[in-house]
Design a protein around this ligand. Structure first.
Ligand SMILES: Cc1ncc(C[n+]2csc(CCOP(=O)(O)OP(=O)(O)O)c2C)c(N)n1
Ligand SMILES: [Mg+2]
Length: 710
């Protein structure tokens, strides 16, 4: 079994449990099983430089922090996926149960296979209150609550009361019932091969909040009230009698009967705990790196797009990646340790090839005409919930498996906060030598801001990059491959990495392909570089650096370069492409960052840089803030857009070739008046563009049919 604790500040319960079964002292020998160790443990709890009040990474046996509430049940489901012998007992706070992610998570049972997956046993802790309010589940009738859970496919059993001895017995009986039910259901499915969705058991545990705590403090009820939240007796307020009050309460548990004179738990009680790895704090599933097996991957160059000359062929980057992922699924089919998570978007994001070897997981009813649904599919895209994709994947990774999250770029922001929590988790794990490394949390964001067709403005938000870039540098990596071969190289790198959060932004529309596989590998390995085939400054100082990052900015930059080179052939242009965004940051701030010497060698110390960027321009300014060359003009997304043509999106945000050409000229005073006619031509073309799209609803032929032609 694995235990997950959802509600708020319940970390003390697990620290205490780990301490009593000895696992805590094994990990932290200073917290020894005697009076001195116990004293240290009490002092460090929620104390400056001590341990957190939640089940944090520091807590042995934990995979769920419980600080930001709402994810315990999704984590529990992620943990039992492809773990047929594991039961996740998941305590859900009744306040926590009101969060969006938790409310959605009850439906996770439609994606569980009783033959190949384990089981989740939710235990809703109905203690009636959250911080300052009653909870909804505690103020609806039992019948309503029962109907709710039945409606979500569970068989709830209620354990209710406030008499500790009786409640222990009732809870023990309920747990026996639940485990027997789980075993019965699994045995039936596994002997008959019938994976039909069973009704899984769950427990609703109704006890007073602050149960067995002080009945009253300052004449106000505490046990059974929201006042028991966090600190029932505020010793720190200095009121006389507080310490005595606290001592009275703690002595009510009769520690003298539980511990010997040295402060060690008495042997009869020690003997109750399970042994070895079966102890809560020594569970290998909760230190997933211990169980992690290498992912089998095919040689990615096999899937290369043939690129005889830059821009000579067109391909959908995501479709090409889909073929590689199909074979990753195939190679790991037996190991059952790789899954794809997506909120209803695997096909829309062009991962169609994967459907040749596996289905989309579905264990609800099937109807004629359903396509690709399977009770044992590797593609978890059957639930339209970014929260579930994120929560399940985190649970899956934290228990030692592999996977990635494929989402529309704009809507990944729904899980901004969850990814922050995971980044914090990884950052702390990096400081704990006993936590083994786990597979990275990988995002492939497609349907990106630059082409939304019928979706329009609401589907445009590249801000996930900004959000992730703020996280601890040793945890986050951001990749913007400009074509399919670069995407293959980046993805292959990410799925093999450990303890990172990798964000890849990719294109799914037909786009010109720039690099051969050999060039792509070199380019992606370095993360940034001069595209010498597009540049004409070899052997001389460039007049201008045309930089680009992202598939669409790369296309527009190259198109701008063809215009500049045609009309101003003397101009010396250097084209720099960025795949690994963190290369821009100083190496003192990010392990991937370029040294100032290397940065200046690419961008020069003073020549104008016209930078076309996939996301918000401020991110490039932030990342390059400390660099010597301040002659930087960044074009990116400016919150302009609607339902319009792909090229008009770029025009509206001034990242299109015509605006880039104008900007380059305006940054080159040395051109004198020579650039004026080209600026005029660009302005005229922009007017033509607007008139044409209003009339025909598609882009100018010269834009649609444009090809790299130098
Ligand atoms: C998403 C989120 N919102 C708000 C909080 C602040 N908070 C901490 S504990 C708590 C109440 C939790 O109540 P419940 O889940 O019932 O747990 P209990 O303390 O009653 O066991 C709240 C609102 C939080 N931790 N996470
Ligand atoms: Mg509660």
């Amino acid at each position: 079994m694995i235990y997950l604790s959802g509600p708020g500040h319940g970390g003390n319960a697990i620290v205490a449990q780990d301490y009593l079964d000895g696992s805590y002292s094994e990990v932290y020998p200073n917290i020894s099983q005697d009076e001195e160790g116990m004293k240290k443990m009490f002092k460090q709890f929620s104390f400056p430089c001590g341990v957190p009040s939640h089940c944090a990474p520091e807590t042995p046996g934990s995979i769920n922090e419980g600080g930001e509430l709402g994810y315990s049940l999704a984590h529990a489901f992620g943990a039992v996926m492809d773990n047929p012998d594991l039961i996740a007992a998941c305590v859900v706070g009744d306040g926590e149960a009101e969060t969006g992610p938790l409310a959605a998570a009850w439906h996770s049972n439609k994606f569980l296979n009783p033959i190949t997956d384990g089981a989740v046993l939710p235990i809703l802790h109905l203690n009636g209150f959250k911080i300052g309010n009653p909870t909804i589940f505690s103020r609806i009738s039992r019948e309503e609550a029962e109907m709710f859970f039945k409606g979500c496919g569970w068989e709830p059993r209620f354990v209710e009361g406030d008499e500790p001895e009786q409640m222990h017995q009732k809870m023990a009986a309920a747990l026996d019932w639940a485990v027997r039910e789980i075993q019965r259901v699994q045995e039936y499915a596994r002997t008959t091969g019938d994976a039909a969705r069973p009704r899984w058991p769950m427990i609703v545990f109704r006890s007073p909040k602050g149960w067995t705590g002080p009945k009253e403090v300052d004449g106000k009820p505490v046990e059974g009230s929201w006042r028991s939240h966090q600190i029932p007796i505020p010793v720190h307020d200095g009121k006389p009698g507080r310490v005595q009050e606290l001592e009275r309460w703690l002595r009510s548990y009769h520690p003298e009967e539980l511990f010997d004179e040295n402060g060690a738990l008495i042997p009869q009680l020690q003997a109750l705990a399970p042994q070895g790895d079966r102890r809560m704090g020594a569970n290998p599933h909760a230190n997933g790196g211990l169980l992690l097996r290498e992912l089998r991957t095919p040689a990615f160059p096999k899937y290369a797009v043939e690129v005889p000359a830059p821009g000579s062929v067109s391909a959908e980057d995501m479709s090409v990646l889909g073929q590689y992922i199909r074979d990753v699924v195939k190679l790991n089919q037996k190991a059952r340790n790789f899954r794809i998570f997506s909120p209803d978007e695997a096909l829309s994001n062009k991962l169609g090839a994967v459907f040749e070897v596996t289905g989309r997981r579905w264990n609800a009813e099937l109807e004629k005409g359903d396509a690709g649904l399977s009770p044992d599919g590797r593609i978890l895209d059957g639930m339209l919930s970014e929260h579930m994709c994120q929560g399940w994947l985190e649970g899956y990774l934290l228990t030692g498996r592999h996977g990635f999250f494929n989402s529309y770029e704009a809507f990944i922001r729904i899980v901004d906060s969850m990814v922050s929590q995971h980044a914090k988790w990884l950052k702390v794990c990096n400081q704990l030598p006993w936590r083994q490394k786990i597979a990275s949390l990988n995002y492939v964001l497609s349907s990106n801001v630059w082409q939304q067709d019928h979706n329009g403005f609401n589907n445009q938000d590249p801000g996930f990059l900004d959000h992730v870039a703020n996280k601890k540098a040793d945890v986050v990596r951001l990749y913007l491959p400009p074509d399919a071969n670069c995407l293959l190289s980046c993805f292959d790198h990410c799925v093999k990495s450990r303890n990172y959060i990798n964000v890849i932004v990719a294109s799914k529309h037909p786009r010109p392909q720039w690099l051969t596989m050999d060039q792509a590998v070199k380019h992606c390995t370095q993360g940034i570089g001069i595209w010498q085939w597009a540049s004409n400054d070899q052997g001389v100082e460039p007049d201008v650096v045309m930089a680009c990052c992202g598939d669409t900015p790369t296309l527009e930059t190259l198109a701008a370069v063809t215009i500049l080179r045609k009309y101003l052939p003397d101009l010396k242009i250097r084209v720099v492409n960025v795949v690994d965004l963190m290369k821009l940051q100083p190496h003192t701030e990010h392990p991937h960052g370029l040294t100032d010497e290397d940065y200046d060698a690419l961008f020069t110390q003073d020549k104008p840089i016209i930078f076309a960027f996939h996301g918000y321009p401020t991110l490039i300014h932030e990342l390059t803030y400390d660099r010597a060359n301040r002659n930087l003009s960044v074009h990116g997304y400016q919150e302009e857009g609607t339902i319009t043509t792909p090229f008009d999106m770029r025009v509206q945000n001034e990242i299109d070739r015509y605006h880039l050409v104008k900007d380059a000229i305006q940054h080159l005073p040395s051109l004198g008046n020579r650039g004026a006619y080209l600026i005029q031509k660009m302005n005229d073309t922009l007017v033509d563009h607007k008139s044409y799209i209003h009339e025909y609803g598609q882009d100018l032929p010269e834009v649609r049919d444009w090809k790299w032609h130098i």
